[in-house]
Design a protein. Structure first.
Length: 265
């Protein structure tokens, strides 16, 4: 039987999602817990890999198992063996043609910025801190240029292994909620470091160092060297994917973050 599960994690202690030799990853930790429940080795396929330090509130993975377990047994059983910074939110049986990565229609990320003169102890590992004022309206206007189907080479990591830099961006939205700035992005898929690179460039606009039109110019030029530096990983959250209704997956829960407008998610 094929199962889909939703994983939430604080990525601060892990070298990203993907299993790697001699380092601690979220994937290996989740597989070890599921293997304990199944009583046989489990290997999972994720919707999207996250980098070192990046968090997730809705990472979806799938795996196959002949172990007779209920959805509750997978969730509560695995959570017994998982550390406090990783948790399964739900599990459900899915058709054999479900694929966590290839069946995903869209993916959502959120970047969280604390824009306040003083740093926060509570958000030290969960939000980037910028003490100088940022022009949120300018950042939002600049991000609108990224909507649509484009070559995103200007916001692609040098080591990105994707075959094509073309992605369909559904929206880039920037809003302030009290002392926090939230950058929400939705696309069919993302290139390596794409969201962090976009955020770094939007911050240059917010600081007044670049014009609103600069983001469009970067997009058209396709030169990563001209864009802003990548924003820190610890401010980034993978909110999760969306799938066709026929798979009948549980609705994605609101992330445990400040949300000025729930209709965005």
């Amino acid at each position: 039987m094929r199962w889909a599960v939703c994983v939430e994690y604080d990525g601060g202690a892990y070298h990203g999602w993907q299993a790697q030799r001699d380092v601690c990853s979220v994937q290996v930790t989740v597989e070890a817990a599921l293997s304990q429940v199944a009583n046989h080795p489990i290997r999972v396929i994720c919707c999207g890999r996250t980098d070192t330090g990046v968090h997730a509130s809705g990472q979806v993975v799938h795996f196959d198992s002949d172990a007779e377990r209920t959805d509750h047994a997978w969730v509560f059983g695995a959570n017994r063996f998982l550390p406090e910074d990783i948790s399964l939110r739900w599990a459900c049986a899915v058709p054999e043609d479900f694929h966590a990565r290839f069946a995903a229609v869209t993916r959502d990320y959120r970047y969280l910025i604390l824009n306040h003169p003083a740093r926060s102890a509570l958000y030290a590992r969960r939000a980037s801190h910028y003490r100088h004022p940022l022009d949120v309206d300018a950042m939002h206007a600049a991000g609108a240029a990224l909507q649509g189907k484009h070559d995103f080479s200007a916001f692609r990591a040098a080591g990105c292994q994707a075959k094509s830099p073309v992605r369909l961006m559904h929206h880039v939205r920037v809003a302030r909620h009290r002392d926090f700035i939230l950058i929400d992005v939705r696309a069919n898929a993302f290139l390596q470091h794409m969201v962090r690179n976009i955020t770094g460039s939007l911050l240059a606009v917010g600081r007044g160092e670049q014009s609103v039109d600069w983001i469009a110019q970067l997009l058209a030029g396709g030169d990563r060297r001209r864009a802003g530096a990548a924003a820190p990983a610890h401010g980034l959250y993978f909110l999760g994917p969306s799938y066709p209704e026929r798979f009948e997956l549980p609705e994605r829960a609101d992330p445990a973050l400040l949300m000025p407008d729930k209709t965005w998610i």
